[in-house]
Design a protein around this ligand. Structure first.
Ligand SMILES: *Cc1c(COP(=O)(O)O)cnc(C)c1O
Length: 433
């Protein structure tokens, strides 16, 4: 399979190039030459299916002969080593739990797959690979856990001092091994700028082999299509399903749209946003206007400039009517988020996290507009105990505790390297590593 930049369809790249570059040299995002329909017969497979077989089929379409089949099987085994079960609130409202991975968020699927793909590509190289990633919380822990222990790859996580939660910081500062946490005296934007500067520094790049692991990497999108198929098949019916997707950078939504192009029976995607509703407004007005992000309870969706929108635009030929045909979008406030958490706990005895709560609200709003009932699947993107302060606010009567995977790292000592937000300091550190 050939890959192209969203901004130039003359120059083609291999899958390996697309993964190791992350972003195309012209600033565009890598997209595959085409997206094959899998031609699955859902009537036949709905009672007895193997999601790993479907995942292999998908991966072969995107990667072809660049990774041999036995290696791909190995990568898929690791990526799907945790389940994504469906929990039924009602026949029309079901929750797909994507948080059973090591860091309790759906980003584990993408990070694990990407790490193992990169492992394959650098295994026989004589140079070490250095991954830089800026994080405001969730990405850092998923990437760190995905790459932990992979030989020849060093991971540097840049995070803003005092601006990530204690649990989040613990998740990527307690691993050690090939994972180094760099605590930057500055904001998340400073961290992102430092990473950008490093990528533009040809002297640094001539000395060390650099790559990025942020959410625009094509290797993170491929495994995110797997669980859409798994979710649909678990509904055990043949009607088209509505997927509600808590959205920020739109990576999860883009993976869903790709799954639909591969033949998954989807009636509609509902892109659920918080007050950072750039995408919701784009669907309404047809004009894209980025904004400065604002902080909310569902902070992993606090994005003012969704990076995967360019990929969606490529898929839909930038035709707003095609966007609207496949996707609806609604946005909700923090107080509505809290009320949804209360409502679902009261009526179904189920605790949603703030991101899933927005997914719940958006599905309900979309279903109001439908004449007949449809099965809706809400992607629950994180375990609620990652956002315990918000949950305690919503459910003050409940006895709540941290997931054991989180309390375990809280009791481990943190290790990090403190750096200023001056690029020269980061550069010197990396050159002497
Ligand atoms: C990253 C994240 C999202 C947003 O996903 P995108 O692919 O960026 O749209 C939603 N919920 C949680 C918990 C996340 O960590």
């Amino acid at each position: 399979m050939k890959y192209f930049s969203t901004r130039n369809n003359n120059q083609s790249y291999s899958f390996k190039d697309a993964v190791l570059h992350g972003l195309a040299p012209d600033g565009g995002l890598f997209v595959p030459e085409n997206i094959h329909n899998l031609n699955l017969d859902f009537k036949k497979i709905s009672t007895n299916y193997d999601i790993k077989e479907i995942a292999l089929n998908i991966s072969k379409n995107f990667i072809a002969e660049e990774i041999p089949e036995d290696q791909l099987i190995n990568i898929i085994e690791k990526t799907l080593s945790f389940p994504s079960p469906l929990v039924r609130l009602t026949a029309q409202v079901q929750i797909q739990e994507l948080f059973h991975g090591p860091t309790l968020a759906f980003k584990d699927f993408g990070a694990c797959f990407m790490a193992n793909v990169m492992d394959y590509f650098v295994r026989n190289s004589d140079r070490e690979l250095n991954i830089l990633v800026a994080t405001s919380g969730d990405t850092g822990s998923a990437v760190a856990s995905g790459f932990l222990g992979i030989p020849r790859i060093n991971v540097f996580i840049l995070y803003p001092n005092g601006k990530v939660s204690e649990v989040q910081e613990k998740q990527f500062t307690t691993l050690g091994n090939n994972i180094t946490a760099l605590r930057i005296d500055g904001t998340f934007d400073d961290c992102q700028n430092l990473v950008k500067e490093a990528f533009q520094d040809s002297l640094l790049k001539s000395k060390i082999n650099l790559s990025s692991a942020n959410s625009i990497n094509i290797a993170r999108l491929i495994p995110q299509t797997f669980y859409y198929f798994d979710g649909f098949l678990q509904t055990r019916q043949n009607h088209k399903v509505v997927f509600s997707v808590p959205s920020g950078n739109l990576g999860n939504l883009t993976a869903g749209v790709i799954a639909k192009k591969m033949g998954l029976p989807v009636k509609k995607f509902v892109a659920a946003t918080n007050r950072n509703n750039v995408f919701t407004e784009y669907l309404i007005s047809g004009r894209y206007q980025s904004k400065k992000s604002v902080q909310t309870f569902s902070n992993a969706m606090d994005v003012g400039k969704p990076s995967n929108l360019e990929r969606l635009g490529w898929i839909y030929g930038n035709d707003i009517f095609k966007f609207r045909n496949d996707i609806a979008s609604f946005s909700f406030s923090d107080s509505e988020t809290v009320r949804a958490i209360q409502l679902v706990q009261d009526s179904h005895n189920y605790i949603l996290d703030p991101h899933g709560a927005i997914g719940y609200l958006a599905l309900a709003k979309y279903q109001q507009s439908l004449a007949d009932s449809h099965t809706g699947v809400i992607l629950e993107t994180a375990h609620y105990s990652k956002f315990l302060e918000v949950i305690k606010l919503a459910l003050p009567q409940n006895k709540l505790s941290l997931h054991e995977r989180l309390s375990k790292c809280l009791n481990t000592e943190s290790k990090f390297v403190p750096l200023s937000n001056e690029y020269a300091e980061l550069k010197e550190y990396l050159l002497n590593f």
